[in-house]
Ligand binder design. Structure first.
Ligand SMILES: Nc1ncnc2c1ncn2[C@@H]1O[C@H](COP(=O)(O)OP(=O)(O)OP(=O)(O)O)[C@@H](O)[C@H]1O
Length: 290
């Protein structure tokens, strides 16, 4: 994605987004409600046409491009399916519509999950429907798999099982995965790349290991607006009467005797970048003072 943007009327839902997904990895797309995650995914899968910049999938523009769409699996947030079809019929239909179709994979997954094959999917529970949609997306054996909050409605055991299956499929087939989710603990286990989107813009993008190595929590004597040598940016600061705690981006260890350095977790990092959101526009729209 280069300078990618999408506007609804005069408001940018995604603005100036430049990033590259690492092939064969699982990347997490994280952001608060309304940050622009679904809009970004819809542009990547060719369902929305960008208003600025460009997105390329395997070197091609995905918009209306059937050749490249054959390589992409996508499960939208509301897991849309033809509701009158049974899961078994959908598996058969997938075989007619896709070049590489692993019907056995879909059947095995759905059997293991106890999904009834002969009931219209409209009559399944929301979580069961999500399982059917995910099984179909995996059976397509896509080179790129985009999932918009895939596990939000699935129970914890099935969620763990799905994440493991996802990792297994990446390891076996080299699929590149981008998944949006609010469930940070799940992401911590499976994702090796992170993209944080907030207020329409990419705030953080990189390999999880690198990002964790480049951020630290510093605890030291209370200093408002502290300038600590070697710190590139203060992402989040909190203060008590005596002590300041800073989540910072650094080039490496600081070795500053005033500050103790602590490692951060992926969850710390994500929450710190999410907390940076600007709400002034929203306050203005509601006529509520800051
Ligand atoms: N069809 C549309 N028409 C107008 N505005 C839209 C439309 N779809 C999305 N938006 C706006 O674009 C912004 C981004 O929405 P988007 O659905 O991409 O966010 P999201 O990060 O996926 O949110 P969530 O986590 O709640 O699913 C929001 O401000 C939303 O109100």
């Amino acid at each position: 994605m280069r300078g990618l943007g999408k506007r609804y009327r005069n408001k940018w839902a995604v603005r100036d987004c430049t990033l590259r997904l690492p092939a064969g990895r699982v990347a997490a797309l994280v952001g608060p409600n309304g940050a622009g995650k679904s809009t970004l995914l819809h542009m990547a899968v060719g369902l929305l046409r960008p208003d600025a910049g460009q997105v390329r999938v395997f070197g091609e523009d995905p918009y209306g491009n059937n050749a490249v769409l054959g390589e992409i699996g996508f499960v939208a947030q509301d897991t849309p399916l033809y509701r009158d079809f049974t899961a078994a019929e959908l598996v058969t239909m997938g075989g007619r519509l896709n070049r590489r179709w692993d019907a056995n994979l879909a059947r095995e997954r759905l059997a293991q999950l106890g999904i009834p094959p002969n009931q219209p999917v409209g009559k399944l529970s929301g979580g069961q429907r999500a399982q059917v949609a995910l099984a179909l997306a995996m059976a397509k054996r896509p080179r790129l798999l985009l999932l918009d909050e895939p596990v939000a409605s699935i129970d914890p055991l099935a969620r763990r099982e799905f994440m493991q299956a996802l990792m297994g499929s990446v390891a076996d087939s080299g699929t590149t995965v981008l998944l949006s989710s609010h469930l940070l603990a799940d992401l911590e286990r499976v994702c090796d790349h992170l993209i944080v989107l907030n207020a329409s813009e990419v705030r953080l993008d990189g390999a999880v290991d690198d990002l964790l190595a480049r951020h630290q929590r510093l605890v030291g004597p209370r200093q408002r607006d502290a300038v600590v040598p070697g710190v590139e940016a203060v992402i989040q600061a909190s203060h008590t009467d005596r002590q300041s705690t800073l989540l910072v981006r650094t080039g490496g260890p600081l070795g500053n005797p005033l500050w103790t350095e602590h490692e951060v977790t992926l969850e710390d990092l994500i929450l710190a970048y999410l907390a940076q959101g600007e709400t002034q526009d929203s306050r203005d729209a509601w006529g509520v003072p800051a």
